[in-house]
Design a protein around this ligand. Sequence first.
Ligand SMILES: N[C@@H](CCC(=O)N[C@@H](CS)C(=O)NCC(=O)O)C(=O)O
Length: 286
Amino acid sequence: MEEWWTREWLRHTSAILTAVSAVLLAGKVVSNWRQRRLRQEWESIGHDVVLLHQFRRGKYCPNLGPYALKVETFLRMAAIKYKVDTKTPFGPKGKCPWITINGEDVADSEFILEYLTKRFNVKIDNRFGQQKAASLEAVRVLADEHLFWCVVVWRYWLDGAVTFLKTQGFKPLLKLVFPLFLKYGMRRRARHQGIGVHSPDEIYHICKKDCNTLAGFLGEEDFFGGEEPCTVDCAVFGQLAQLMWNAPGSRYEALVTDVYPSLARYCLRMKERVFPDWDQLLDPPQ
Ligand SMILES: N[C@@H](CCC(=O)N[C@@H](CS)C(=O)NCC(=O)O)C(=O)O
């Protein structure tokens, strides 16, 4: 009886393995070459100019990502020169946004803001004492690490990205794939994070409570930093902007426009102050 691994079988198998290895190698070479080319392009933007890697612009809000909007807001408030790259939105930690500056990459919005504050000696928070700075940090964590989850879980899972897609100019194929891909992925993540075990009404209730806290903290002030915006305003604005502009017609939008209108007025104030060119940044520009 002939062995199952005849010479013929071995020849075929090794040919297949060689072909697969050649394809993988070619893929690696192309990706390395593309990466080198991109790096050269990025380095040509100039010394101390930040390249902000983020998602494409939206129809009503310059960014669908709250953390990218946070970084862009900070860059403007601190008058740091920057350019936007939307070809490579995901960085070394697999998240958006990230930046490249003088050939160095920095990922995570909060690390980015800390890095830039140091590098450019940004003084917008210098007026705060330790106690005020601590309560502002608590507000930031509420916005970045808590409110964020309510909004993304509603956006991608509970609403299946239906409302959200109205705010973006994605190509038809992406519009089809996006909800399928994100809906179940977001459900799994939300369960791991903890918020995903609650009912839609409970998630809305949690979001409302966060908005209530933010409105309470803001009080009669113009900004979370008081008369002038501070670094934490970048984070809060990044998150609230998603409710204000990227949730049209939903009860999540109504949380800022109807239930806590001081938050809507705050969003408009930040927009006017930091993004006078907001309408031109939209896709399509207004
Ligand atoms: N802690 C990060 C969070 C960044 C983040 O979660 N970004 C989202 C977009 S808003 C993302 O990249 N999600 C893709 C993923 O998690 O796979 C920061 O502050 O930058």
